[in-house]
Design a binder for this molecule. Structure first.
Ligand code: PGA
Length: 252
């Protein structure tokens, strides 16, 4: 059965001390109050990885980087490689977030290199896709997302594809307070699962966790996660408050 996953994406928020405090609070709440069958992941800044790994029960909470370099190592000042991420004890990496695509020019070509390195180093990629507002308004979001997947993760061998988690995040819903309706989320998640089935077969499609992201909060998690093809969430703003994050984890 595919996993239910709630992953926080802290983005460029919290200094190290604040991050450790937040991780400890999440760890405590998850230990006491979270549903056992939900995989919890914290996507934290690079500088926090080692400390967050040390601050949580990693049997219960996975730690993710929010990016990794497109090169294995070498003269790439300022970059952090997949193997460096792995060496901190982190086990996931968020790749292809729309903010990275938009502000840092990450193309499918760059993402393919990052995906390969993440997988080589045993990290689980949480691969993001999702359309901007004008695409949604033109009602061609399925074509847009299909292309994003065909150019990247659909090129992987099946054995690697099986290791991925997908996050569908409509750009117009990220940090805007404007959430996709449960119906909109279900519709496109079902579409994504159908194209995975076309490409890799029904069994692989049924096993792939597809998360929703974009202004998810405790108040709308139930409605979103109640859909049969929504397997959890990638959570930005609401992941910065331990209680809110717990509310989402318990939103199934
Ligand atoms: P948000 O961000 O929950 O703040 O909308 C989600 C994301 O970008 O992953």
């Amino acid at each position: 059965m595919r996993k239910k996953i709630v992953a926080g994406n802290w983005k460029c928020n919290t200094n190290l001390q604040e991050g450790i405090e937040l991780a400890k609070s999440v760890n405590e709440l998850v230990a006491k109050k979270a549903a056992d069958d939900v995989v919890v992941v914290l996507g934290v800044p690079f500088t926090h990885l080692t400390n967050v790994v040390e601050s949580v029960n990693t049997e219960r909470i996975g730690v993710a980087a929010q990016n990794c370099a497109a090169e294995a190592d070498g003269a790439f000042t300022g970059e952090v490689s997949a193997s460096m991420v792995k060496s901190t004890g982190a086990t996931y990496v968020i790749l292809g977030h729309s903010e990275r695509r938009e502000y840092y020019g990450e193309t499918s070509e760059v993402l393919n290199k990052k995906l390969a390195l993440a997988l080589e180093n045993g990290l689980t990629p949480i691969y993001c896709c999702g359309e901007p507002l004008e695409v949604r308004e033109a009602d061609v979001q399925n074509d847009y997302v299909k292309k994003q997947l065909e150019e990247t993760i659909f090129k992987l061998p099946e054995s690697d594809f099986r290791k991925l988690v997908i996050a569908y995040e409509p750009i117009w819903a990220i940090g805007t307070g404007k959430t996709a309706t449960a119906g909109q989320a279900q519709e496109i998640h079902e579409f994504i699962r159908s194209i995975i089935a076309e490409k890799f077969g029904k069994e692989v499609a049924e096993e792939t966790s597809i998360l929703y992201g974009g202004s998810a909060k405790p108040g709308n998690a139930k409605e979103l996660f109640g859909n049969k093809d929504v397997d959890g969430g990638l959570i930005g703003g609401a992941a910065l408050k331990a209680e809110d994050f717990l509310g989402i984890i318990n939103g199934f």
